[in-house]
Design a protein around this ligand. Structure first.
Ligand code: DX5
Ligand code: ZN
Length: 222
């Protein structure tokens, strides 16, 4: 059974000259989690932020910090991100030869453990840990950049994962990330998603962050 739907604005699209204010605007408008995209310039072509910014986010909000690690060897930095205030740490299966151990490490740090997979990675890659994780994230774009076009095949992948999770781990969150907008959200919601990451649709909304959050939260009511 899906959880109460969650909207997680991705600060990748925020204005970092006023990050605290942008996060506060998300929180005031009703955002549920703050999604933090960590990129290392190796696993993905882009280079973004580290524990220092997670610590700044922690001081800007009480909302859960949903930290998405698009980095090689994430096991080396888990403790730093946990100490900085991450609540959820999500690793890519493509970067984790010892995925089972990495999930255990995250739990030992008292964080919620998430696992994610690229659009080109089959569900079978995470099947052995589905019963262990707190969250499964489906990438609906190739990771690395905000503002990309939603990959339609993600809908079928989400539906299949929903069905697998319902049988082995019904309380785990099923999250989607990439190209989520007022137009794409309803189809991933129908397929069984219960946590929705949105960068551009929130921070680049022509009428501002408050309206960006409001529009997506309204779409979640149906
Ligand atoms: C992509 C990131 C996403 C991204 C989403 O690698 O993981 O979280 O910021 O941005 P939008 O919503 O603009 O696709
Ligand atoms: Zn992300």
């Amino acid at each position: 059974m899906p959880n109460t739907p969650i909207l997680a604005p991705s600060i990748l699209a925020a204005d970092f000259t006023k990050l605290g204010a942008d996060i506060a605007a998300c929180e005031a408008a009703g955002a549920d989690w703050i999604h933090v995209d960590v990129m290392d310039g190796h696993f993905v072509p882009n280079l973004t932020l580290g524990p220092f910014i997670v610590d700044a986010c922690r001081r800007a909000t009480d909302l859960p910090l949903d930290v998405h690690l698009m980095i090689e060897k994430p096991e080396n930095l888990l403790e730093d991100f946990a100490k900085a205030g991450a609540d959820r740490l999500t690793v890519h299966v493509e970067t984790c030869p010892h995925l089972h151990r990495t999930i255990q490490q995250i739990k030992d740090l008292d964080c919620k453990a998430g696992v994610t997979l690229n659009p080109g990675t089959p569900i079978s890659a995470i099947e052995p840990v589905l019963h262990l994780v707190d969250l499964v994230l489906v990438m609906s774009v190739n990771p690395g950049f905000g503002g990309q076009v939603f990959i339609e095949e993600s809908v079928a992948k989400i539906a299949e994962l929903r069905s697998r999770l319902d049988s082995v781990n019904p309380h785990a969150w099923l999250e989607v990330d990439g190209g989520i907008s007022e137009a794409t959200l309803p189809k991933v919601r129908s397929a069984g998603t219960d946590a929705f990451v949105a960068g551009s649709a929130v921070f680049n909304h022509p009428d501002g962050i408050t309206e960006g959050v409001r529009v997506l939260k309204s779409a979640l009511k149906f």
